[in-house]
Design a protein. Sequence first.
Length: 319
Amino acid sequence: MEVSQQILSAHNTKHANKHQVVLSSGTIVNANPTTNADLFKALKGGSNNFGIVTRFDLRVVPQGLGWGGTVVQLGFTNLLSQFSHIEHFTANTDKLSQLDFIFGWSGGREIIAPFLTYSDPVTEVPECFKNFTGYEGQIDNTRVAPLLDLVQDMYSADGRRQAAATQTFVNSAVMFTEYFTLFNATAQTLISAIPGMNFVASFQPLPLALSQVKNAPGNFLGLEKEDGDLVIVNNVATWDSVEDDAFVLGEMKKLNEAALERARVLGFYSGYIFANTAEYWQNPYPGRGEENLRAMKEISMKYDPVQLFQKAVPGGYKL
């Protein structure tokens, strides 16, 4: 089963097929592909701007055992060469696979730690992942297990402060290398100033084959065919003291701005912002395109004419 494709197609009618929504008037409505279809579409990427979703019906996706886990290597010796492997992986998608390529500074050490998942319980490394495994000194934690067990590899320790920021680039090893230069400079600034600082980046491929799903009713994510294959790039900082918050966030913002400017110059820029890992200063909606943003505002006025969710609800990104 192409589970990775199905997960990314959550806007497909076969999966999220109905929402129950409380509007600002107090009215409870259903939103699905045939009733309040515009609201149904707006909820595919519109966050909390239209109402309070009190129920959503999903089709269950069957998933047995899968293969995956993290492979960890100390040092950046092979890092730059793996960027070309990420580009190839993204451009030649195996729909059973997902890759979260993590690297950075953790525990005072350079690490490369790709997290690999494959929807079938294969007994050997899938062909699409062979370029990320088999390095000398690599600690291999891949295994056949339920998906819930595999994702435990991704959990962070509790009790520390954490921030994430995001950007998206056109799939290109050239851009990944440029980003690494900027990222590593920021990492050196942070880890030299803050004891116990961890700072990592993750590359998450978003190939055209997954972002453009057949039979979908549409959404307002702004992922268009002409954008081609993309890669979401997140950076995550972990530290201990609230006194360092402003410094850490300031450095992360400077990195984000510098990386996006470099992407513009080189022609690898994408305006898409992955809302799940965006920082408070990264409003994802302008990057969805003018037409999408205008449509979402019109739908907001239709279902929330007093604009309660724009003016009175704290948190979240506003239209």
